[in-house]
Design a protein around this ligand. Structure first.
Ligand code: E4P
Length: 226
């Protein structure tokens, strides 16, 4: 499962890339607004530093306009993916853009029926929103599991991107169910690495090493200075 960051914050993206595990980025109008930077320079920079898919969202709900926006987004960079909301106009635009070979991430998916429509419209990615369903007392992971099962049964090529993830268990369950991608805010990304037993174990090994070092004779230079 590829790990994506759901952010338009360049510092967060650079840090994720430094870890060597970040494979792509998703943005949305709320995240772009929060970044408080010029739209085109910002998304161009994200597409330049990320060696993977970067979803950039369209606005409005009229198929011709969505298709025009899709064409403009594709001019930004080769790794740009056009993000379109799951409406009838959005499906129509998805079909037209997909027929031209343009990659579309169909977003705001809240039901298996919607996910079937997106795949039939030729979507490159479907984005079920797990956390937002949990917020309204509905099982978001169940939606994800239903979509993974249906897509496997039908042999759809559309990738399942688990979106709106709120904590590490969402990510683990998304992987268990066979999601192709999981996108998450930086704080969830960071929480994946943390474990108190790792911290305690690391401290003990460090302390013991420092105590033992004077009695270990010659060490490789890099280990001497560490
Ligand atoms: C996905 O592409 C969306 O940008 C995102 O995951 C929405 O998540 P939220 O519910 O935390 O805003």
């Amino acid at each position: 499962m590829k790990l994506f960051l759901d952010t338009a914050n360049l510092d967060e993206i650079r840090e994720g890339l430094r870890w060597g595990v970040l494979k792509g980025v998703t943005t949305n109008p709320s995240l772009i607004g929060k970044a408080e930077q010029g739209f085109l320079p910002l998304v161009k920079e994200i597409c330049t530093i990320v060696d993977g898919d970067v979803s950039i969202e369209t606005s409005g709900d009229e198929a011709d306009s969505l298709v025009r926006q899709g064409h403009d987004i594709m001019q930004i960079a080769d790794n740009a993916v056009v993000k379109i909301a799951l409406t009838t106009e959005g499906l129509s635009a998805t079909r037209r853009l997909s027929d031209e070979g343009i990659k579309v991430n169909v977003t705001l998916c809240f039901s298996p029926a919607q996910a079937i429509l997106a795949a039939e419209a030729g979507a490159y990615i479907i984005s079920p929103f797990v956390g937002r369903l949990d917020d309204v007392a509905t099982d978001g992971l169940r939606l994800l599991s239903d979509i993974c099962e249906i897509y496997a049964a039908q042999g759809y090529a559309t990738q399942v991107l688990a979106a709106s993830l709120r904590h590490p268990l969402h990510v683990v369950e998304a992987a268990r169910m066979g999601s192709d991608i999981a996108t998450m805010p930086f704080k969830v990304f960071e929480s994946l690495v943390k474990h108190p037993l790792t911290d305690a174990g690391f401290k003990k090994f460090t302390d013991d090493w420092e105590k033992a070092k004077p009695h270990l004779g010659e060490l490789p230079p890099s280990m001497q200075e560490a």
